[in-house]
Design a protein around this ligand. Structure first.
Ligand code: SAM
Length: 279
């Protein structure tokens, strides 16, 4: 049987390879951090990023372990979905984030809100040089990291109190799978999620606590037009082709308005949890 770390690596590599092959890319479009789900560029702030939200179970769980004396290191913190609200309760938050667009967004939101206790470090975690913190947070980042072991060891090494990893059971891009199937007749191997990560940790001799939150319907952050744009980009669909016709038909069929926002028909409610351990 393949080791959990090998399964992890193989799933990410298969996802990248198959994504590129199905799209017909030469060099591969990748699902890496420069193309991932974080960092919205000029897009309007998403509902899920509202720093004053009270209904985010991950944020609420973090509030329970953060007080005015706590330092937090937010690894792959994006544009501050957690760093901004945490900064109002913590002593200091350091965000390590390689995406320039996300960093600019983070800095502008922090300035707008008069937040002065966030330090932004523009770097990949693997090569970053940062001081340890009480809590090391890593939210929906690891499925972008094929070589998970050194990344996780560094999370543990930099945490003086605990590591908190937030992950979804199915990676966020799962909502695109029915579109891939309708446009190309097949979809790339899904990226790994929370179950695969727990296997990896066990294999590394880390036995964390796992807290699962109630499943929530998947609501898209964008309106219909920007979701369609994003799908075109992510699936590599060029205008006026048979693929673009199939994508338009899939969008008409699968994007569904609900009283709470836009969702994708047939996609399971999202299950997410946090994985914590004290190194
Ligand atoms: C899906 S976003 C999550 C952002 C934020 N943690 C959140 O929960 O909203 C994934 C983030 O991981 C970052 N990332 C990917 N690979 C990374 C690496 N090797 N080191 C640090 N951050 C990375 C990406 O740039 C992106 O901002």
């Amino acid at each position: 049987m393949a080791s959990a770390l090998t399964v992890w690596l193989n799933e990410i590599n298969a996802h990248e390879r198959e994504t590129a092959a199905i799209r017909g890319d030469e060099a591969g479009h990748g699902h890496g951090h420069r193309h991932g789900h974080g960092g919205g560029g000029n897009r309007a702030p998403a509902r899920r990023d509202d720093p004053d939200r009270a209904d985010d179970p991950v944020l609420n769980a973090l509030y329970e372990v953060v007080d005015a004396s706590t330092t937090v290191l937010d690894v792959g913190g994006g544009s501050g979905r957690f760093a901004i609200p945490l900064a109002s309760r913590a002593k200091h938050v350091t965000v390590v984030e390689p995406s320039v667009g996300s960093m600019e967004e983070l800095e502008s939101i922090a300035a707008e809100r008069g937040i002065t206790n966030i330090t932004a470090v523009a770097s990949d975690w693997d090569v970053s040089e940062v001081e340890p913190a009480d809590i090391v947070l890593c939210s929906v980042v690891l499925h972008h990291v094929p070589d998970a072991e050194p990344f996780i060891l560094k999370l543990a090494q930099k945490a003086t109190d605990r590591v908190v990893v937030a992950e979804m059971v199915e990676f966020p891009g799962i909502i695109e799978i029915p579109f891939w199937e309708r446009v190309y007749g097949s979809a790339p191997t899904p990226l790994p999620g929370l179950p695969e990560l727990v296997n990896v940790l066990w294999e590394m001799g880390i036995y964390p606590d796992v807290t699962m939150f109630p499943p929530k319907p998947v609501l898209l952050d964008d309106d219909r037009a920007s979701t369609a744009d994003q799908l075109r980009r992510r699936l590599g669909v060029v205008a006026d082709t048979a693929e673009s016709e199939r994508l338009e038909a899939a969008i008409a069929e699968l994007l569904q308005e609900t009283p709470d926002g836009l969702t994708v028909k047939g996609v399971n409610p999202r299950r997410q949890g946090i994985i914590t351990w004290r190194p």
